[in-house]
Design a protein. Sequence first.
Lengths: 188, 188
Amino acid sequence: MSLDPHPPLRKHPPMPPDIDLRTHIRAIPDFPQPGIVFRDITPLLHEPAAFRAANEQLAEIARSFDATLIAGIEARGFLFGTPVAERLNLPFVPIRKPGKLPADRASVFYELEYGHDSLELHRDPSVDRHRVVIVDDLLATGGTAAAAAQLVEELGGTVAGYAFVIELDALEGRARLDGHSVQALLHY
Amino acid sequence: MSLDPHPPLRKHPPMPPDIDLRTHIRAIPDFPQPGIVFRDITPLLHEPAAFRAANEQLAEIARSFDATLIAGIEARGFLFGTPVAERLNLPFVPIRKPGKLPADRASVFYELEYGHDSLELHRDPSVDRHRVVIVDDLLATGGTAAAAAQLVEELGGTVAGYAFVIELDALEGRARLDGHSVQALLHY
């Protein structure tokens, strides 16, 4: 593409072997409701070497899925999504909550434990014919992640896979993701 | 810091002189309400070379302000904030809408044209004694940006400056920012 004479940003320094991402994730009991342990990524964001290590690993996953476009889910998926897209020199699209995207868009409604929610994706700039890797911080029950895939597919993209920072294994979210490839950096 | 033996990520390729960021910002009339022209950054996100150019320029601004920490305002400020923090090898904190941050936090309420809103920031990981550069996509009336500064200062940080992708000059937002340094890549 004429706008892009530069090589992809792959030449980051190698990771030191002693960064344990798990030490940068904080457990917050009873958030957002009693009985839930929230996995908080803000300590990870605050430690540049650890954050870089996480982004490197997510980018490596997206590369292994042959991504041609990165989609990030609002809002924490944005934090990791653009660093991954930059590393792979790929376009990025934001998958957003209702009322945020200003142009022509597709919407999908999905069920939550109590009530429902929805997500939106612009028709242009397009995911059409792209191999899309969906990036988010957390895979829990998989409802949001499945809705994101539905949007991508409705607009002509292929879901090449998912890259999460954290997967909550007991919630079996990946069973809702239609056999798509799923990788996470950390499992709880 | 022992975790961080690597040099900062400053060695990105130089920008070609022919990237005009303005061509990657789309004007959407009558969003979110009649009479408003919304400046949409999603085309910029979709073009890797242009997105990289924007992040380089934002990082250069933050560097010129002697930033020691980058804060991004939910949600579009996250898209640019983490790439800037990575380039400068600095910690990042998310400034979020109410109910999103799980740990002990400060809140600030602020007036909007109709009604009010609020923003929150964790007390830990801390901005205390940091020179904080606040990153967001857009400076409009400045209400959100001023609230973000109030949070940073309440928690012991200094606002070293603001870096925006776009400034809507006619709304005179910078007049609300208490004389803090403000730079934007594009003016409308």
